[in-house]
Design a protein around this ligand. Sequence first.
Ligand SMILES: Nc1ncnc2c1ncn2[C@@H]1O[C@H](COP(=O)(O)OP(=O)(O)OP(=O)(O)O)[C@@H](O)[C@H]1O
Length: 498
Amino acid sequence: MVDRVYLSVEERGLLNKILADGLGQRGQRDPQWSAARIALARSLQITEAPDLKRFAEQSGVTGGSEIHARQLTGEGAEQDEDYTDVYRALLSVYTGTDLFADEGEFHRHLQAHLRRGIRDITEEWKEDSSFADYLLRELFFDRGEAATAGEMAPELAERVSRILGQIGVGARVVETREGPRISRFELELAELEDLDRLRKGLGKIAFALGWGENAVTSSLAPGERRVYLSIPRPAATWRTVDWSQVRDALGSPAAKAMALPGCMGTDVLGAPFVFDLAEAPHLFVGGTTGSGKSMCLHALLLSMLTGPTPPELLLIDPKAVEFNAYAGNRNVRGGKPVTSADDAMGALDELVAEMGARQEVMSALDVRNIAEANARGAGLRRIVAVIDELGDLFMTKREIEVPLIRLAQKARSSGIHLVLATQRPEAATFPGLLRSNVPSRIALTVQKASESRIILDEGGAESLLMRGDMLIRLAGRPTERAHGCRVTTQDIQEALAR
Ligand SMILES: Nc1ncnc2c1ncn2[C@@H]1O[C@H](COP(=O)(O)OP(=O)(O)OP(=O)(O)O)[C@@H](O)[C@H]1O
């Protein structure tokens, strides 16, 4: 018999919050299983099994509490209230093992799903928003497709072949690959003219599959007459990428060789997307509210802090919300994030002065950049200034443009880098001189094609799918699509505790 599952104090707290604030069951007696079943349902939506080590281990739950199986699965209750075998069957399919035969394993998987579901709800449900709306959006939206996610690829391949025929493109599907959020088809085109027909027909393919106009994209693939066709999947079938997966990628020799390794998530096929901010050398990040911009910035900050030589971070946050957790960290310049426009101006002026001092050191050593200076023992540490939200800063203090432009123009060689983020990618927030000196860009979902063009000099970001979906254009490289990883408050705390 399934005995019980264990929860930490925080996890139990979330269940109580769902009951009281979400389901309005204030004062009722302990119907905690109803909240727990919602958390189970959330986890079961994700096609990948939860990490057993992380979510089923008992060690992290000291001081926590237990939920009995009879509450969770209805075990031992009347026949039509006992869902134990339904859960057992579901989890057997999920894991590919017979969980009817192994009670302990069933227990472990049940607990892992419950705890992952609680983790997801904690991340996704904003306290001040309606829980009913959250449930509708996260649990029930596109439920039909979610249920058939496993069989989708061959069925989709047939549909795609049929649609290609309808729009007059002669093509053979050579390979199908499922990324975390996108199905990618490699096509071999019959004739050269099929390339034009395909490009012109992308809107029709999207329309036929029920997506927005620019949701389906194509790009050239290696090999004769080969192209990739990328088709998004419904949100309920996405595989979430966690920070822990990204962090592992930063341990690779290639990433360790970078001066400022950055990884915000994966490419469309799920491989970590790692780049060197020192080569970027300045980055502009734009995306509408809820696009995942904050998570993207946290992933970038954690990547740099996890690297072999963490830089000094100047954090500027006029809204005084996003970077609070970093206060007191030894890598933060001045010990805490800067929140007022006047202090931001002062801090950036100091960086300009620091740049001047470093240039003198480099000229005395007769070297061209910080790497060469450090090879001669200069001991200069890289500095990264991160501003979230640039638009607010410009509104209260336009003059801040002056030190920013000077840094963007000249700070690269002295090891000072800028990351400028905004919710409002407008010409006024990203003016000409700054634009031309900040060559690397990340566009998360934006509302209009014109905003995409401000960030990337091209459209496309208006058709992204929120939640960290992004287009990255690094200096000298073509635009690439990536999916951000999820960064939890715990991830940030763990990284800062190092
Ligand atoms: N990479 C991701 N994977 C899964 N969910 C994500 C991801 N990025 C963001 N989300 C979801 O989107 C929500 C909004 O993300 P985030 O707070 O980073 O957006 P934002 O653009 O900074 O919005 P705001 O400006 O309103 O803070 C998160 O609470 C989370 O649920």
